[in-house]
Design a protein around this ligand. Sequence first.
Ligand code: DX5
Ligand code: ZN
Length: 219
Amino acid sequence: MKHLISPSLLSADFANLKEDIDMVNRSNADWFHIDIMDGVFVPNISFGFPVLTAISRYAKKPLDVHLMIVEPDRYLQQFKDCGAHTITVHYEACTHLHRTIQAIKDVGCKAGVALNPHTPVAFLSEVIGDLDLVLIMSVNPGFGGQKFIENTYEKIRQLIAMASAKNESLLIEVDGGINLGNASDLLKAGADVLVAGNAIFAAKNPEAVIDELKNIAVS
Ligand code: DX5
Ligand code: ZN
């Protein structure tokens, strides 16, 4: 499968959001990455349902919703109603992760789990067969534009080893500090979905960066 590109709207221009949505619609990107932060699970607040509803009115590609919030179960139906295609919750935010994964599927979304940089991949061994996606955080969540953590490559390899035995269709998404300098190595290591915020939206020509990320050849 050709890898997927999921531009993070966190780095978009919120005063001209529709222009950035249209740019992603036109581009070679596959998904919209939507970062929801609650100021409790992470030390930052991003945006909520009214903005997400507005995004989904214009977005023509699946909404890849990354919930950096505590107690995500309380809001799954609302995220689905706002247009979420995939809902990814944090391992560290879910006491009853197995139940939460089932609840995401029950509302009709694809189910993902994100791992903070300090959380071992092995902690997913009992649920990996139930997941559509695992998101490996390659920065500490909360902010765009941070430095990529190199240990991510090792985690991708461990996840591939685990998934090859238990879930061959699992998508491996990587999020944080991704740019044209490390994207190729991430794909070689086995990433399926690359999230990029700053590298795309701070560029002079965001559409061209998306194109370059999408066209990286992986042999
Ligand atoms: C970080 C978010 C990321 C972030 C990525 O907490 O989950 O999706 O927006 O932005 P860059 O690519 O700038 O690191
Ligand atoms: Zn994210």
